[in-house]
Design a protein around this ligand. Structure first.
Ligand SMILES: Nc1ncnc2c1ncn2[C@@H]1O[C@H](COP(=O)(O)OP(=O)(O)OP(=O)(O)O)[C@@H](O)[C@H]1O
Ligand SMILES: [Mg+2]
Length: 298
């Protein structure tokens, strides 16, 4: 069954005006797309392509020049729907002199939660984003990664149905961004819908079910990550190690089927895999170092 949309955008255009009302920048041009319930949707595009503008329009923080936006069944301009939305902005706007617990308590108050609820929720979220050891430290002492984590915890304080994440992995090291991506997948498993924007393509590829690519405010591509990336005219096989004779035999079989062996060799891991494995090993065996053997390729 087709899942119902949590976001419907139709022919959305946003023109920023200057102080005198003169048209300045066409940030979005006739954008139409839908985000379904329970999916992780990625908005991709280079700097200035309109990603943050789209998020702000969804929240009703900006008004569209033209077009229609419905979020969770309500017009985007109806800010009461924001009660069920969590938002992680591009830049952190949290109070630098509060610690993690105080920050979450402050945002819990905005949602009218009782003291008991606020405490429980803050504890849960601090654990969820892995800030247990920093819960009493002021945010001004936080590293970039820690700031992103408390930002996510803040966005989840109201247990939202829809989470909007503007560059959730920006400034994070591979370990931090892996954690962030795992958290995003967890949110989907809990049945939440997530829209994230990013220009870190690997991050989007790892977690998004569907993506939209924006360029200069226009939709250039839309679809499932799998379909968009699938090379329809090639087939990939992964086998255990083959001898040169076996490769010759396989080529003969392929020739019988009018196909050619385009490439063979050992598959390589991504640099991210290598980095994560190295860090994991270092945690398991502290003190062990890499000693150059002199046979490394230069
Ligand atoms: N308040 C504003 N006033 C005027 N122009 C703006 C304003 N905010 C954004 N713009 C312009 O709108 C366009 C889209 O900006 P937006 O911030 O949505 O891009 P983005 O895709 O989020 O980029 P980035 O990857 O750099 O975050 C840009 O040309 C930008 O200069
Ligand atoms: Mg942006």
């Amino acid at each position: 069954m087709e899942k119902q949309p949590v976001i419907q955008i139709k022919n959305l255009t946003k023109i920023y005006r200057d102080f005198w009302g003169r048209k300045k920048v066409r940030a979005l041009n006739s954008l139409s797309l839908e985000v379904k319930k329970g999916e992780v949707f990625g908005l991709l595009g280079p700097n200035g392509s309109g990603k943050t503008t789209t998020m702000k329009l969804l929240l009703g923080l900006l008004f569209p020049t033209e077009g229609e936006i419905n979020v969770l069944g309500k017009p985007a301009s109806d800010v009461s729907k924001n009660e069920w939305i969590g938002y992680l902005p591009e830049e952190s706007y949290l109070y630098r002199f509060l610690n993690a617990e105080e920050t979450l308590d402050f945002y819990g108050r905005l949602f009218d939660m009782s003291a008991q609820q606020r405490k429980e929720r803050a504890n849960q979220l601090i654990e969820k984003v892995g800030l247990q050891n920093a819960r009493k430290r002021q945010l001004k002492e936080y590293s970039k990664g820690m700031t992103r984590r408390i930002g996510l915890a803040q966005a989840l304080i109201n247990d939202p149905d829809l989470v909007l994440l503007d560059e959730p992995t920006s400034g994070l090291d591979p370990l931090g961004s892996r954690d962030m991506k795992d958290l995003i997948v967890k949110l989907r498993d809990e049945g939440k819908s997530v829209v994230m924007c990013s220009h870190l393509l690997a991050d989007v590829q790892d977690v998004c079910d569907r993506i939209a690519i924006l360029y200069a405010g226009e939709l250039k591509e839309l679809g499932s990550v799998e379909d968009l990336l699938k090379e329809q005219h090639e087939t990939e096989l992964l086998t255990s190690k083959l001898s040169p004779e076996a490769v010759i035999d396989i080529e003969a079989v392929l020739a019988k089927h009018n196909a050619k062996l385009l490439r063979h060799g050992h598959p390589t891991n991504s640099l991210e895999d290598l980095f994560l494995k190295t860090v994991q090993k270092s945690q398991e065996r502290p003190g062990q170092r890499y000693v150059p053997t002199g046979s490394e390729k230069t």
